[in-house]
Ligand binder design. Structure first.
Ligand code: ATP
Ligand code: MG
Length: 228
């Protein structure tokens, strides 16, 4: 199946439980195409679980997640054309920086790779590595800091150029100036894209259209960021 309508998320009566633990409890909300949304909630409130459900990586225990009118888990492998995700622990592979960034977008040029590195504030760091883009990122990404790993993943997402981007705490480990720059890139340069930004702090929140607060598996509150 493919979405026939604008790429709006309709989250309908979504319930999710791990074996014994109830995480989401009859959550309903719509996220419009092109909207910039922040999802806030305490640690353990189910934000990362929701991100996995939005991408169809988990199947709802009850209720549905529709994207453009189609249940996301019916989109299967084509989902990656629509949604780019950076998980809370960004996934890096034991290959070069170039390959890590081009993942899922192998036809991108080296110039385009440098461009996205610039946009996430990593260009000069990579330029200074003796092997540059050919530097091997070991699997755990241990030669890079947490913030740098997040930024490598952000560069990959920018290059993939999907209409929907889900970022799970992507600025953890960034200094405030870099965080501001990264937020600016995602909120303002990517005007036409849907952005779902999972965070548990308020930094940069004024740039989103709407904030969703999750608590006890439900939508506790939502509104524009001015009202926080
Ligand atoms: P944080 O802000 O710390 O990242 P979160 O809001 O993203 O938290 P989730 O990771 O979605 O929270 O987890 C929600 C709840 O589900 C937590 O209580 C967590 O312990 C539990 N949980 C998460 N993953 C699993 C799993 N694979 N099996 C069982 N329970 C899980
Ligand atoms: Mg989480």
């Amino acid at each position: 199946e493919t979405p026939s309508q604008p790429l709006q998320f309709d989250i309908q009566d979504l319930t999710f439980r791990y074996e014994t633990k109830d995480v989401l409890n009859h959550l309903s909300v719509t996220i419009h195409a092109g909207e910039k949304v922040a999802i806030l909630g305490r640690s353990g409130s189910g934000k990362s679980t929701l991100a996995s459900l939005l991408r169809g990586d988990l199947i709802p225990s009850d209720g549905t997640v529709l994207l453009g009118g189609v249940p996301v888990h019916h989109l299967q492998s084509t989902i990656s054309q629509y949604i780019g995700v950076i998980q809370q622990e960004p996934y890096l592979f034991n290959t070069t920086i170039l390959n890590n960034i081009r993942l899922g977008n192998e036809q991108a040029s080296v110039e385009e790779v440098w461009d996205v590195l610039q946009r996430v504030g990593l260009k000069s760091m990579v330029e200074q590595l003796p092997d540059g883009l050919a530097t091997i990122v070991d699997e755990a990404g241990l030669r890079f800091s947490g913030g740098e790993r997040h930024r490598l993943a952000l560069a990959r997402i920018l290059l993939q150029n999907t209409p929907i981007i889900i970022l799970d705490e992507p600025t953890v480990g960034l200094d405030p100036i870099t965080e501001q720059a990264v937020l600016h890139t995602f909120m303002h340069e990517l005007q036409d894209k849907t952005l779902i930004w999972i965070t548990h702090h308020l930094q940069g929140i004024e740039a989103v259209d709407r904030v969703l607060f999750i608590e006890d598996g439900q939508l506790e509150m939502q509104g524009s960021p001015e009202y926080l």
